[in-house]
Design a protein around this ligand. Structure first.
Ligand code: 4AD
Ligand code: MG
Length: 462
C-alpha cells in the first residue's frame, strides 16, 4: 500500500479511509486493553496517534515499540476521541523496521537541554525542536531562491576554493595536498607552492562577492547562496567556521537601492516563513520564546531606520549606557553596541552606513570626505549584524590606490580590477549570513543550533 506522509494525513478526504504510515516512535503509553503510539515521520511537527486494540495485538507484538523505534503501520484513519488531535489510526497491521534499545538510545527521555543535544548532533534532527528548526531552515532557503528568481536575478555558483582573500581579514583555511610532514621548500626557506596542487597557495573562500561582481557586470543581477569558511577563533553564539551566505550583486544599484533591496529581501523571507512554516514557528515560540512571533511581525511591519555610522556612534556616546567595549569614532562596533541601537534606542532594525574606511574592506566605494566608505550593515534585534554590504568602488584608479595602500598583492587581483578597466559601472551588493537569519526566525540563541552540523573551533565530528 502507498505510504501517506503524516503532513498529508490531516486532509479531510482521508478520514474513514485505510492508510499506510511509516515513521519513528515518539512515545508509547496505554494499558492492557489499548495502547497509543505517537508516530512522527519528519514531514511535520505533528505526530499521528496510532491506536492498538489489544484484542488484535499481543503484549509481545508491541514490546519492541519503544521511543526511537521505526514502524510501518496500516489501518483505518478515524476521527480522534482524544483531546488536541483531529485524527488517529486504528492499527490493523504492524511491521517493526528497527528497535531502539531503551538503555542505549540517547533520546529516550524528553526535555534534553540544547547543550546535551549538541553532543548528540547525529541524532538531534529526530527531536521536535530540531525537526522544526531544520524545516524552517529549508523554508527560508526556498524563500530566498524564490525572492531572487521572481525578481530576475540569476543564481551564480562562485568557487569554494580560491586564491584571493575577499574580506582581507586573513581568516582563511588553507587548502593543500602538500605532505605537511615533509613540506617542499624553496632556496630562501619558504614553502615551494609550485609543487602544491594548484601550483600556488589556495584557500576556502570567505565570500563569493568578488566573483559575484564578475557575474553582476555581465548578467546585471546575480545572487550566490553557498557555504563560506572563516578560521576566526571566535567562540561566540553568532559565529561559525562554516556558514552559508547569500550574496546578491546588482549592476547600476547605488547604496540607496542596495538598502531597499536588503530590507525588502529580509522582510520577504520572514513573511514567507511566518506563512509557510507557521506550525514549526509556533512550536518554537511555545517552547523557547513567547515573544518570537510578535518580534517577527514587528520587523516585517516597520520601516528600518537608516543612519550613518557617525550618527550611530554619537547616539551611543551620549546614551550614558555603560558598555563592556569602549565606543568612539573609528571603533569597530561590537554586538552590544549594535543591539543597543536596535533594541533600546530605535526599537526596530537599523541600517548603519558610511563606516570609517579603516574598519571596512578594500572594495567599498570611497566617500568624498576621504575618511568613510559607502558601507551598510543591517542590524537586527537579538542578533546584531545580520547583513553586511556596500556600494563598490567603480573607479579603477581609486580602487587600485586602495589595493596598493593596503599592500594587497596585485598578482591576486588583476582579474578583479579588469571589471573596472572594461566597462565599469556603479554597482552594489551585500551578504546575508543565512544562519543569523535562521537564528532570528527560530528564536534560538546559539548559532550552533540552527545548522545541521556545526563547525566551530575544536568541533568537527563526522
Ligand atoms: O560582513 P561580511 O563579512 O561581508 C562579506 O563577506 C561581504 N563580502 C558581503 C557582500 O557585500 N557581498 O559577512 C556578511 C554576513 C554578516 O553580516 C553575517 O551575517 C555573516 O555574513 N557572517 C557570519 N555568520 C556566521 N558565522 C560567521 N563567522 C560569520 N561571519 C559573517
Ligand atoms: Mg560585516
Amino acid at each position: 500500500m502507498k505510504r501517506t506522509k503524516i503532513s498529508e494525513i490531516w486532509s479531510p478526504e482521508l478520514l474513514g479511509q485505510k492508510v499506510c504510515v511509516k515513521g519513528w516512535v515518539r512515545t508509547r503509553r496505554g494499558n492492557k486493553h489499548v495502547q497509543f503510539v505517537a508516530l512522527n515521520d519528519g514531514s511535520t511537527i505533528k505526530n499521528i496517534q496510532i491506536v492498538f486494540d489489544m484484542e488484535k495485538f499481543s503484549e509481545d507484538d508491541l514490546k519492541p515499540i519503544t521511543t526511537g523505534s521505526s514502524l510501518h503501520v496500516e489501518g483505518l484513519l478515524v476521527e480522534s476521541q482524544g483531546k488536541g488531535q483531529t485524527a488517529e489510526i486504528q492499527a490493523e497491521t504492524l511491521e517493526i523496521y528497527g528497535t531502539a534499545d531503551v538503555n542505549d538510545y540517547p533520546l529516550q527521555k524528553k526535555g534534553h537541554t540544547l547543550e546535551f543535544l549538541r553532543e548528540k548532533a547525529h541524532l538531534r534532527p529526530r527531536t521536535n525542536t530540531f525537526g522544526a528548526i531544520l524545516r524552517i531552515r529549508h523554508t527560508l532557503a526556498f524563500a530566498i531562491h524564490k525572492f531572487f528568481n521572481d525578481r530576475g536575478f540569476f543564481y551564480l555558483n562562485t568557487p569554494l576554493i580560491t586564491s584571493s582573500d575577499c574580506e582581507g581579514a586573513g581568516a582563511m583555511f588553507q587548502v593543500t595536498t602538500l605532505d605537511l610532514n615533509n613540506v617542499p621548500k624553496c632556496e630562501d626557506g619558504k614553502v615551494d607552492y609550485s609543487q602544491d596542487f594548484f601550483g600556488k597557495p589556495a584557500s576556502l573562500t570567505v565570500s563569493g562577492q568578488l566573483e559575484g561582481e564578475l557575474g553582476a557586470t555581465a548578467l546585471g543581477a546575480i545572487y550566490t547562496f553557498g557555504p563560506t569558511f572563516r578560521a576566526e577563533n571566535s567562540n561566540t553564539p553568532r559565529h561559525l567556521a562554516e556558514f552559508w551566505m547569500i550574496e546578491p550583486e546588482v549592476a547600476f544599484n547605488d547604496i540607496t537601492d542596495n538598502m531597499q533591496l536588503a530590507e525588502d529581501f529580509i522582510k520577504y523571507c520572514i513573511s514567507y516563513a511566518l506563512e509557510h512554516a507557521a506550525d514549526d514557528i509556533e512550536f518554537l515560540a511555545k517552547m523557547y520564546d513567547e515573544e518570537l512571533i510578535d518580534r517577527l511581525k514587528s520587523v516585517v511591519s516597520h520601516d528600518f531606520v537608516r543612519l550613518t555610522y557617525t550618527e550611530g556612534v554619537r547616539i551611543l556616546e551620549e546614551s550614558g549606557h555603560k558598555f563592556e567595549f569602549p565606543v568612539y569614532w573609528g571603533a569597530d562596533l561590537q554586538s552590544e553596541h549594535e543591539r543597543f541601537l536596535v533594541e533600546e534606542h530605535f526599537k526596530r532594525p537599523v541600517i548603519l552606513t558610511d563606516y570609517p574606511k579603516e574598519i571596512k574592506a578594500f572594495y567599498m566605494k570611497q566617500n568624498d570626505d576621504g575618511k568613510t566608505v559607502r558601507a551598510m550593515d543591517v542590524l537586527f534585534p537579538k542578533i546584531g549584524e545580520i547583513i553586511g554590504g556596500s556600494e563598490r568602488e567603480e573607479s579603477y584608479d581609486k580602487l587600485l590606490a586602495r589595493i596598493n595602500e593596503l599592500g594587497i598583492p596585485m598578482k591576486d587581483m588583476w582579474w578583479y580590477l579588469d571589471t573596472r578597466r572594461f566597462g565599469t559601472v556603479p554597482h552594489s551588493g551585500f551578504g546575508l549570513g543565512f544562519e543569523r537569519l535562521v537564528l532570528f526566525v527560530t528564536g534560538m540563541t546559539n548559532i550552533r543550533d540552527v545548522i545541521p552540523f556545526p563547525r566551530t573551533p575544536n568541533n568537527c565530528e563526522f
